[in-house]
Write a protein that binds this ligand. Structure first.
Ligand code: PMP
Length: 440
């Protein structure tokens, strides 16, 4: 009734600073890819905790892992003291890293992805004795002082003064709107070349960076996969110059891209790999894996109270087991291909879909102004208002999807990795309803 609605509105205004403003519902229950609100309306969740809920909501193996810990007398909090559960979790993660487990060390960090990126920056600075960090346009690494400084989105940074100095941005290979005005492979290679020249010039004057940080598939930046050849070049060049390469796998990692890490396809081995979101199986956790020879930290050099939540280790282990042993990784490829094929079909019918991008179950559609003037690559102008309207229409049609990218004009799909083909069809049907509503 109206009073209930008004109460709820004021509740949202007072405690809801972000997502609830776009999705004003109160969630009563959740299962798999589905949410049900207090009014009984069901939504398909293509946000899934910003990619955190790899197995969806309340997966039986996650619930049972939590119950087992609660019934076992294991401590729930240990700072970073070891338990058999932590040993098992660390062993499992180390064996999923490229090369040999012995080549790596793990640093458990605070609960968020930003915490782990901060740790990576600190370690890179300590190892190299240098300060500058190179990041990429459109990159997203967190909202803390240091990680926001390395985030390539001016909107979030402009009100904050005195961010971490010495962060330099290079253009990311965003082929649809290549910053060099060259499309496809040519543009991507030109950007790799530019990056290489920049670092070569560094030798002749500019301060040499400590680290380069990047996402193999930009998530918040608008679902932009980096081409394999570009990643390889970045790895070669950073190695040649003794610059630490940090791969931020917070969103794209842990099976979402169709492979365990989003960089796997390129065969590169980074110096540091940052993990959060799905690695904790839906509970807060973050960590940095770094090559053993970078282990210069003295005991106590990077401490903190909440370092490795025991429950998250149990839910993380259950999630890793499902992804790597129980067919969830294969499902990402099957459901991902079906969803991408369906999005490409919708692109044939709706001119406002400028590009369909992404891999596995990390997909996005860039919404453009179909009546606008194409640029020299043939790409149409951004359509931020239409993207907002489309997101709203999706919500009304029972589909929750977040926007990202330049001017917020990319609608992103990050469903649970357990998504069924029937759910793929339901996403597409709801999206089609929404597209029809906003373009008619
Ligand atoms: N890196 C990437 C690639 C992310 O997508 C995010 C979160 N969206 C972060 C870092 C920051 O993680 P958190 O919000 O947990 O600090």
């Amino acid at each position: 009734d109206n009073q209930y609605y008004l109460d709820r509105q004021s509740h949202f205004e007072s405690n809801a600073r972000s997502y609830p403003r776009k999705f004003p519902i109160s969630i009563k229950s959740a299962q798999g890819a589905w949410l049900e609100d207090v009014e009984g309306k069901k939504y398909l969740d293509c946000l899934a905790g910003a990619g955190t809920l790899a197995l969806g909501h309340n997966h039986p193996s996650v619930i049972s892992a939590i119950k087992q810990v609660l019934e076992s007398q294991l401590p729930l909090h240990t700072l970073d003291l070891t338990t058999p559960l932590k040993d098992q979790f660390s062993h499992t993660v180390l064996n999923l890293l490229p090369g040999r487990a012995d080549d790596w060390r793990l640093q458990f960090c605070g609960p968020t992805g930003a915490d782990a990126n901060e740790a990576a920056f600190k370690l890179a600075k300590t190892v190299t004795g240098r300060a500058p960090i190179i990041s990429f346009t459109g990159g997203y690494h967190g909202m803390t002082n240091g990680t926001l400084s390395a985030t390539g989105n001016l909107g979030a940074k402009s009100p904050i003064h005195g961010l971490m100095p010495y962060v330099q941005f290079m253009p990311y290979p965003y082929a649809y709107r290549c910053p060099l005005g060259l499309g496809g492979e040519l543009g991507e290679m030109a950007l790799a070349n530019l990056f290489e020249r920049f670092l070569d010039d560094v030798e002749s004057g500019v301060t040499k960076p400590a680290a380069v940080i990047l996402e193999a598939i930009q998530g918040e930046g608008g679902v932009i996969p980096a081409p394999v050849q570009w990643l390889k070049r970045v790895r070669e060049v950073t190695k040649r110059h003794g610059i630490i390469l940090i791969l931020d796998e917070v969103q794209a990692g842990i099976g979402r891209s169709g492979e365990f890490f989003a960089f796997d396809q390129s065969g590169i081995v980074p110096d540091m790999i940052v993990m959060s979101k799905a690695i904790g199986g839906g509970l807060p956790m973050s960590l940095v894996a770094y090559r053993a020879e970078l282990d210069v930290w003295a005991p106590g050099a990077h401490t903190g109270t909440f370092r490795g939540n025991q429950l998250a280790m149990a839910t993380g282990l259950a999630t890793l087991d499902m992804i790597t042993q129980q067919g969830v990784q294969e499902n990402v490829n099957i459901a991902g291909q079906a969803l991408k094929a369906g999005l490409l079909q919708l692109q044939q019918r709706f001119a406002c879909i400028g590009e369909v991008r992404g891999r596995g179950l990390m997909l996005g559609i860039e919404i453009v102004d179909a009546k606008g003037k194409p640029d020299m690559l043939g790409s149409l102008p951004y359509a931020p208002e239409l993207s907002v309207a489309l997101q709203k229409a999706c919500f009304q049609a029972g589909l929750i999807a977040e926007r990202g990218g330049r001017h917020g004009s990319v609608l992103r799909f990050l469903p649970p990795l357990t998504l069924t083909l029937d759910e793929v069809n339901q996403i597409l049907t709801r999206l089609e309803t929404a597209l029809t509503a906003v373009t008619k």
